[in-house]
Design a protein around this ligand. Sequence first.
Ligand SMILES: Nc1ncnc2c1ncn2[C@@H]1O[C@H](COP(=O)(O)OP(=O)(O)OP(=O)(O)O)[C@@H](O)[C@H]1O
Ligand SMILES: [Mg+2]
Length: 278
Amino acid sequence: MKTVFIKVKDLTYVYHRGGVSEQVALSRVELEIKKGEFLALVGPNGSGKSTLARHLNALLLPTEGEVLVDGMDTRRSENLWEIRRRVGMVFQNPDNQIVSSLVEEDIAFGAENLGVPSEEVRARVDEAITMTGLSGYRNHAPHLLSGGLKQRLAIAGVLAMRPDCLVLDEPGAMLDPSGRCELMNTLIRLRDSMGVTIVLLTHQMEEAAKADRMIVMSEGSPLLLGTPAEVFLNDELLQDLGLELPVAAKIARRLRRRGFLVPKDIVTVGDMVSYLCR
Ligand SMILES: Nc1ncnc2c1ncn2[C@@H]1O[C@H](COP(=O)(O)OP(=O)(O)OP(=O)(O)O)[C@@H](O)[C@H]1O
Ligand SMILES: [Mg+2]
């Protein structure tokens, strides 16, 4: 049984627009995120994914309820530093995350700001470069890199801060399919080799299918929560929300309707190919 890293208890969040109108973005959310798991967060536009993600490193604080990161309450200001160190955020647009004119300096920036000794920073930068496959780009200018490389650079910078958890808010949105695929591989490698907890917000069900668990958000609350295989069995509900099943799950469903006994856990193209070849 994996230990719980982040606990969300009865979380409600209300945005106030200039004190005039209110928008309830999250409503009574209960959630546990386990150490070392890869959790995907999907849901239609405006369902509360980003608002929830921003609570995980205290960028937003609960209107009601609480969020505990490694046991630390995000509402207590004395915990802020440790929480931000443990939970790193990566956003949609990699251009907004570049701070230096040289790749290795850019990666070092966050760790330096944490007051990490310079020798240790160098070691961490080397490791982050290896983990994200940026070895050939050390001395390149960040703003000249492709979108996919820029996003890997953003991840490397957060990694050098040695977070226990990475929260990524649609990091693939500005990338082409091959950039997105590379990004997924990087995230899976981080979970497998360093035990980093990954929380990925995405509109791509193919990506969510590769996670350990997924949450489908709807109108500010988790509607479905389980392994991708469990969640994809609710195909009608997903369709009502405008969410498409991944291709492999669609094919599996059609084969089942024709009487083939396709196992429930076939949710990625890789799974489907090995099943069909058997
Ligand atoms: N800064 C804000 N001020 C007021 N309301 C907001 C603000 N940010 C988000 N909202 C509202 O809160 C709700 C949840 O928004 P949120 O951005 O968390 O959804 P999301 O699932 O991330 O959507 P998307 O898929 O478009 O990124 C929506 O109704 C949205 O309009
Ligand atoms: Mg969002």
